[in-house]
Ligand binder design. Structure first.
Ligand code: 6R9
Length: 659
């Protein structure tokens, strides 16, 4: 991380919002921002009551706001009832948005399909009726394993309409990971596609589902709904498998939305934690939707004619809050992109912004960095070759954006005209937590600036005391907020120990290191645990280690991140083999075998970039692997730290070969 921090310190420019950005903004000027913060501080429950009444449609009004009696199991608006899908779709049938385009889908091959809010509503209703006809109802769990498509969003919304709790699994995860999630969540229904199309290739999805269901415990699944996307061949189980188009066929265009309690789980999304298997982050209906739609309106400063493009996949939380829920509730027109940024050429993003006249573009630093590299290699893919005059606002999410990338993004994509909102948040927070407001906050490249109104954050030491400005510490959220994680699905102890450790004054522990500057601005300095951020994707080092150790030739493994100019971090695996250490061709072959193994066990996104073999791993006398030393070795640097705690200091010398 040190290279990132060093470069942060050399960029001192501050970019204040232009008069144009302030004019007509949802939150216009710092005074308006401060007034909202003050309102929340003076009357916390009153502030959230006002927001929940102004931004949500309730079936049954709430009388309770925040209930802290079972802390840290907080509830919000507990006695109220609503339906999330009704708030995202039905509201637009009567507010003038019915014939507004909701989704513009651009396929991998460039073909385009559009639906209006009225059409999307009808589609969601037909799918919901189909799901209902199979016998699923409120409280059942469904796994969604679909490519980026109108169908993926419609299926999420259809579940929400019925109170069926969904858990979306990113298409890049393997059958094994899928199986783990199906069993953990107790899913009776799986919704998938025959295959997904990316970069001109069809990648099978249905066969991964078949494989997952064949494993122990997979037989709890009663139905697999299959969206025919690629026309690929699939194996078919007559009693279990149903084509989506046949299920929808003949279903009515309307479907009564089921009113659910505010705290009814809307979805469970698995994310990597510091230890063991992924955690099922459980979100509630009302509080989550309130914050997803409120942050959409504030942070993206939504205007009626905006064309919004978030490049995330619905398999991640960003795709939940800012594609499937908050942005629909806010009535935006959105781009849904099936493909990848480099196909058929690395100018694809800029070409799409030009083609669809995108006004708000929200992406990850890793994408920006890889497109900078591509533009240097091939000037035809440089954003300046495209007409990007429709852009008004840029966003960044997923990992720290280094000032160099920030400035490039600002100058070349935003043409010096568009504010950049660097949004810090997590799967667990449900929506943005630290972020500038484009019509108010002066920007400092590399900083995600300040907490949003109603959010009380801090940087503290091990005892929960605020650290002085300029000093690093744990990023915490001091007061509950409506979109916070409610629990880890099926594991209340893990929820408590991961996020509310004793000694921390009851604060929510984010797992990131941060520091604040003299203006109170937050600078994120990376994770405090072994969670890796690879191309903006959150992966658990422990998960990858367990996968490696499960291979017959591996005795022990340690996985660390090495800073990478493009992907943020690259995965480096240190492997202790059962047999003597190979070299040359044999080592190359074994490294390939292990990479393929990880792809099968966890997913292709988790493949180690570098593999280093040795006869032992550096350990303390009590047997703990010293990953901080391996990080130094992974960077190709010499270890200058104190190695006196090492049982055998010479152990570090053996990892010379990189495969
Ligand atoms: C939304 C999302 C969460 C972790 C988080 C932090 C990192 C996210 C960031 C950022 C610096 C930003 N992170 N946004 N770091 N600046 N703007 O990414 O959720 O996948 O759960 O990851 O990502 O380390 O703790 P998730």
């Amino acid at each position: 991380m040190s290279s990132t921090i060093d470069s942060i310190l050399v960029e001192h420019r501050v970019f204040s919002p232009s008069a144009k950005a302030v004019a007509g903004a949802t939150v216009a000027g710092m005074e308006s921002y401060k007034a909202l913060c003050a309102e929340a501080e003076q009357d916390f429950n009153g502030f959230w009551t006002r927001m929940a009444n102004e931004h949500l449609v309730w079936r049954k009004p709430f009388t309770k706001v925040l209930d802290e009696s079972e802390a840290p199991f907080y509830t919000w608006f507990d006695d109220g009832e609503l339906n999330v899908s009704e708030n995202c779709l039905d509201v637009h049938l009567t507010n003038g948005n019915a014939d507004k385009t909701a989704l513009i889908f651009e396929a991998d091959d460039g073909s385009v399909d559009k639906v209006t809010y009225r059409q999307l509503h009808a589609r969601v209703c037909r799918i919901a009726n189909g799901i209902k006809s199979l016998g699923y109802k409120k409280g059942d769990r469904a796994i969604i394993y679909l490519p980026m498509s109108i169908e993926a969003i419609a299926c999420m919304q259809a579940c929400a309409r019925l109170g069926v709790i969904h858990s979306v699994v990113f298409g890049g995860f393997s059958a094994k990971s899928l199986h783990q999630r199906i069993v953990d969540v107790g899913a009776k229904l799986v919704i998938t596609a025959d295959a997904q199309l990316r970069g001109g290739r069809a990648i099978a999805l249905k066969s991964a589902v078949d494989e997952a269901l064949a494993d122990e415990g997979g037989d709890i699944v009663q139905h697999v709904i299959v969206y025919k996307r690629a026309g690929s061949e699939v194996n078919w189980s007559g009693s279990r498998d149903v084509w989506l188009h046949e299920l929808e066929d003949g279903q009515p265009d309307s479907c009564e939305a089921v009113a659910v309690e505010a705290e009814h789980p809307l979805f469970i999304l698995y994310t990597s934690g510091s230890t063991g298997k992924p955690k099922g982050v459980q979100h509630a209906s009302a509080g989550y939707l309130l914050w997803a739609s409120l942050t959409t309106k504030w942070v993206f400063d939504v205007r009626p004619d905006d064309i919004f493009w978030c490049t995330a996949d619905v398999g991640w939380v960003t795709g939940h809050s800012y594609i499937a829920y908050g942005t629909l509730a806010a009535g935006l027109t959105q781009i849904i992109f099936e493909g990848i940024p480099t196909y058929p050429h690395a100018g694809r993003f800029w070409e799409m912004i030009q083609r669809h006249k995108v006004s708000i573009f929200y992406t990850a630093p890793t994408a920006i960095r890889s497109l900078i590299k591509a533009a240097q290699a091939d000037p035809d893919t440089h954003p300046q070759r495209y007409d990007l005059s429709s852009l008004r606002l840029l966003g960044s999410v997923g990992e720290p954006i280094n000032p160099e990338a920030w400035i490039w993004y600002y100058q070349n994509v935003g043409q010096g005209r568009c504010p950049i909102v660097d949004t810090w948040w997590q799967t667990e927070t449900g929506g943005h937590i630290l972020s500038p407001l484009p019509g108010a906050t002066p920007l400092k490249p590399g900083s995600c600036t300040l907490p949003l109104p109603g959010i009380i954050t801090g940087v503290v030491d091990e005892a929960g005391n605020d650290v002085p400005q300029g000093r690093g510490g744990f990023l915490v959220i001091k007061r509950p907020w409506p979109a916070m994680i409610r629990t880890v699905w099926g594991d209340e102890e893990r929820y408590k120990s991961s996020y509310f450790p004793t000694d921390l004054k009851g604060y929510y522990l984010a797992g990131d290191n941060a520091q604040r500057d003299a203006d109170g601005y937050y600078w994120i300095m990376g994770r405090t645990d072994d969670v890796l951020s690879v191309s903006g994707h959150r992966l658990g080092g422990t998960e990858i280690e367990s996968a490696l150790v499960a291979h017959e030739k591996v005795a022990e493994a340690a996985v660390v991140g090495r800073p990478d100019a493009t992907t943020g971090e690259a995965i480096v695996a240190f492997i202790m083999l059962k047999d003597p250490v190979p070299d040359g061709v044999q080592a190359d072959a074994l490294a390939k075998e292990l990479r393929d193994w990880v792809a099968k066990e966890v997913g292709a996104i988790a493949k180690p970039r570098d593999i280093r073999f040795g006869n032992n791993l550096p350990k303390t006398r009590s047997g703990k692997i010293l990953r901080r030393l391996l990080r130094v070795v992974a960077e190709g640097k010499e270890v200058t730290q104190d190695v006196s705690t090492l049982e055998n200091p010479d152990v570090l010398k053996q990892f010379t070969g990189v495969y």
